[in-house]
Design a protein around this ligand. Sequence first.
Ligand code: NAP
Ligand code: G3H
Length: 481
Amino acid sequence: MTLRQQNGQFNTLLNNEWVESGSGETIKIYSPDDHALTGEVPALSQEEVDTAIRSTAAVQENWEASEGHERSQLLHRWADELEKMTAEIGLMIHKEVGKTLSSAEGEVKRTAELIRHTAEEGLRTHGSFIQGDAFPGASKSTKAMVQKVPHGVVLAVSPFNYPVNLAASKIAPALITGNTVVFKPATQGAVSGLLMVEALVKAGLPEGVLNVVTGRGSVIGDFAVTHPKVDMITFTGGTDTGKHIAGKASMIPVVLELGGKDPAIVLEDADLDKAAKEIVSGAFSYSGQRCTAIKRVMVMDNVADELLQKVQELVKGLKVGKSSEDASVTPMIDQKSAEYVLSLIDDARNKGAVIVEEGLQEKNLLGPTLLDHVTEDMEVAWEEQFGPVLPFMRIANELEAVDLEKRNAYGLQASIFTKNLENAFAIADKLNVGTVQVNGKTSRGPDHFPFLGVKNSGQGVQGIGRSIDSMLRDKVLVLNL
Ligand code: NAP
Ligand code: G3H
């Protein structure tokens, strides 16, 4: 069988065979843009997930025994094949998760670069050698060789919003280090994920080294997470799901990249034009459905009106519509998410927020909404909206911003806009987040930078080099001469 069936259904990958589910059950995926049927993927049973995991485990030792430079070559070929499929995969991402075509194709190209960089960086992993004499009672004749070895089978679980990039950013570091992979794509995004895997098969993936398990996380997720043959989990998605997984997994490493409530802190000496531009792009690209989207603005009261005016002007220029119309603000992933955003707007309105700009509301398409005078009692001040609404909180001094951020349940990133770098560094030191951006929007890339969240935003670190590290553990061989 092939990946694509005649009837528009897609198969999943088991030991380099494209297969249906035994029951024939599928999950239909509809485009958030026009609600047209985009594809159908197999709804695997727990027994089928078990087979996929055990097959992956069975070939792990062989894969680990392969030469590192061969694994690197496979990744290079994967990047090449992926790039050749840019138009096809880009179109699928566009339809499946409602990104504009250019942004969807950009995701594929970024992913090819990420895989290439991983293929190179993975060649440079090495262990260390330690002499015993630094510790009292031991001598130079006791020597430790610390090797870096893979965990074994990695379960890679990805979210809908980067169905290719946030899958490959887990799969590539796992493979280069000699782990085998069970890939669980987000259901909305699964077809794009399968196409990405097709590129890997074309590149020469050995049988069983990566298997794909499609199906609802609510049905097969816990089974996979608690499977005795899974040795490590790498997950990106919502905080509730991530916490649930961390609670279920037992005695294995779990890397989590979760939600965020990233603030843009704007001081009175900031370049307000630049701040406004970065804020609008940071808050509204892909309709705010990015963990790193700017999700609240904390602005000094004496420049708040001016900043808001500049932000509003830019927001008015954003095209709202379907991703097929190349709009900037496009339909949200589903109706439930849109309703959640509307509930946050209503709560803020009822509690006295000023609606500076109210976006169109048409099913799951929401235009950008700007809320001013947002106060601490409003849900939108703290909850992750993951949509196109931006709250402005006015502050009297920078300590207020630090205090607000300290009470943030999330800790992904924060932006500070100021011309005073010394001040920026001082504030950055006080913020308990993974990354602080100075005079730029919050965002993950460049992809070789460490990327992490603290508090409810995650555990462990990603970014190419750190992701590779997370896929390896120490193994110590002691020579007693
Ligand atoms: P989600 O609902 O948490 O789903 C993420 C993945 O987890 C999907 O593949 C989902 O499968 C799967 N899943 C669900 N229940 C599971 C379980 N019990 N065991 C194992 N897997 C399970 O997140 P999302 O809606 O795709 O993404 C939105 C959220 O992710 C936002 O909160 C956003 O901030 C966060 N996010 C964070 C980052 C980051 O890097 N920090 C990046 C992207 C997104 P199904 O699709 O089949 O349910
Ligand atoms: O949604 C979470 C992603 O990790 C954000 O990545 O900053 O490149 O959009 P990005």
